[in-house]
Design a protein around this ligand. Sequence first.
Ligand SMILES: *Cc1c(COP(=O)(O)O)cnc(C)c1O
Length: 354
Amino acid sequence: MAKYPVTRTTAPKAKPDESSLGFGKVFTDHMFLMDYTLGQGWHDGRIVPYGPFALDPSCMVFHYAQEIFEGMKAYRTADGSVQLFRPYENARRLNNSADRLCIPQIPEEDFVEAVRELVAVDEDWVPHAAGTSLYIRPFIIASDAALGVHASKTYIFCIICSPSGSYYAAGINPVKIYVENDDVRAVRGGTGFTKCGGNYAASIRAGQRAEELGFAQVLWLDGVERKYIEEVGSMNVMFKIDGKVVTPELRGSVLPGITRKSCIELIRSWGIEVEERLLSAEELFDAAETGKLEEAWGTGTAAVVSPIGEMKWNEREVVVNGGQIGPITQRLYDELTGIQWGRIPDERGWIVKV
Ligand SMILES: *Cc1c(COP(=O)(O)O)cnc(C)c1O
């Protein structure tokens, strides 16, 4: 029994060519909407034709960025069915973000059901080609038409979906990254652990600078001491140093990635030690220069894992694993993508069928 009513589009769009999907440019025929009103709570969850919002220009989200989002994917398996990867983790994280931004929480079941029912309605939009998926973007915006700085009394929860291409259409090529000394992404006590638009607004300049200098991503340092490694671009980051995997601990400024969590669980199950701790840029570059840094990679829903082949910090430049993808990075990629696309049995209860 569907929980949410569906209004079907009368003008379905042509599906894009699966061989050139890219990311986040094409959207499906429908979207999910639900409203929040103080006193009434979340109400009127519904699936409607995809289309623009009409919002008052004074709407709070435009001025004070009271907004949060999630990022997840639906995967097409060999038998044609469609599945989600750990969607309850997204539901939980959205609610942690909501709590920090004074946005009302959504019951986990309602969130997952909204995603499932929307993906089911737009199931034909889940692409079939190898490595492709349907990217899902749930988000909540503050919708009060008022300029006073306080929590909004009304909100809109929306989910949109976008068929996306294989991240590694040209093969898994390790990237060059650059340690950012000036701009910081987040600080403890701020919103670093949440997925909110404001974090991204603050990160764009450094990303642009890195690109101009010929690097794919920024390696962020902590905002207080500018000493400890936090994340790479909009991914979590992991290093294999002297036989152990080291990843920055979650102290409030690092985003608790679901891919990060899944990688930690897998690596530990393979009998390899994982340390969640502070790791300074100094320690990292020393390890690289003394031959102890074996592998480095980013983790996130979009890329799954992204191997790091070169790193630069001030005048220090190091190559990781000869610029090649390392064995743990490759194994994580194979295992996670295997589970996500249903090629490997799901022994951990990570998969939810649509
Ligand atoms: C979303 C995100 C990640 C990765 O999280 P996943 O759940 O693995 O996709 C890492 N860092 C930042 C800043 C993010 O926004």
